[in-house]
Design a protein around this ligand. Structure first.
Ligand code: AMP
Ligand code: MN
Ligand code: MN
Ligand code: MN
Length: 279
């Protein structure tokens, strides 16, 4: 009997800004029919060990991953690393720098919110994560909790983004560093959610060209519940730049503002899935 496979190669746990623990995430993925799950928390791999243990029990494959924050010509871009040796010192030193910056940035975000009339944000957001893992989602939870915004979507419209209270422009890794750390750890570098960046098609091509020349191998052709037409456009880009195709839900939480585990739009048949070259 042919076994069904379902790959979800982009997910988050409480080790970054997800709301499920690695254990809960893996159990939910298994219930949703995911057979190959990558845990790709922002700028850290703390959740991997626990996820691996539970995946073994649940009988699904756990791919050790990460989602690295990158600053590229004024834009923030996310690079996913898959199949990482998480004990690699070069990778871990790089990620540690980014988490240190997260702490600095969190203080700056809180100061800006305070000036705009929203005090106590650092303490409030810290209830949801350690200081070096603090992200905008944790500030968002604080702002919703305090009644300053009605939900996640509302927060990211009215706060924490350019020209709004609490905005701090990121100073993350370079594209070169992110790819190098992933390659040093024996992994594959993937451009996360390429359709989501607010950039021109020309700039997106420049990103993919540079990414490929640095040693990147894939893009997320399908990320979350995208319109099939947009997925096709990304698939064509993968073809044009001779990049492999990855797919992931970018799941953060069971509340319905996020795509369910394993439920992203399917890959068009003409791309080469990144897992084709996996053992
Ligand atoms: P950070 O890396 O701390 O700047 O936070 C980035 C994270 O914020 C993303 O990974 C998402 O989880 C979340 N995020 C960013 N933009 C939005 C949005 N428009 N709606 C909901 N969540 C968002
Ligand atoms: Mn996130
Ligand atoms: Mn992302
Ligand atoms: Mn993500």
């Amino acid at each position: 009997m042919a076994l069904m496979t379902q790959y979800d190669l982009h997910t988050h746990s409480t080790a970054s800004d997800g709301s499920l623990t690695p254990t809960q995430l893996v159990e939910r993925a298994s219930q949703q029919g995911v057979t190959h799950l990558a845990l790709t928390d922002h700028d850290g791999t703390e959740g991997i060990e626990e996820a691996k243990r539970i995946a073994n029990k649940a009988g699904i494959a756990l791919i050790p991953g990460v989602e690295i924050s990158v600053s590229w010509y004024g834009a923030t871009v996310h690079i996913v690393g898959l199949n990482l040796d998480i004990d690699n010192p070069e990778l871990q030193q790089g990620l540690a720098q980014l988490r240190e910056y997260r702490q600095t940035r969190a203080e700056a975000i809180a100061q800006k919110l305070e000036k705009a009339g929203y005090p106590g944000a650092l303490e409030g957001a810290s209830l949801y994560a350690s200081k070096t893992m603090l992200g905008r989602v944790h500030f968002a939870r604080f702002l919703v909790e305090k009644g300053h915004a009605k939900d996640m979507k509302d927060v990211f419209k009215r706060f924490l983004v350019r020209n709004k209270p609490g905005y701090v422009s990121g100073e993350w890794a370079t594209l070169k560093q992110a790819v190098e750390w992933i390659v040093a750890a024996g992994g594959q570098a993937v451009v996360a959610h390429p359709a989501r960046y607010k950039m021109t098609a020309t700039k997106r091509r420049k990103l993919l060209r540079e990414f490929k020349s640095l040693g990147g191998v894939a893009i997320e052709v399908a990320s979350g519940q995208q319109h099939p037409e947009e997925v096709r456009t990304m698939a064509k880009l993968a073809e044009e730049f001779d990049l492999l195709a990855s797919c992931g839900s970018d799941f953060h939480s069971p509340d319905n503002s996020w795509t369910e585990l394993g439920k992203m739009t399917t890959l068009p048949p003409f791309v080469t899935p990144i897992w084709n070259q996996w053992a």
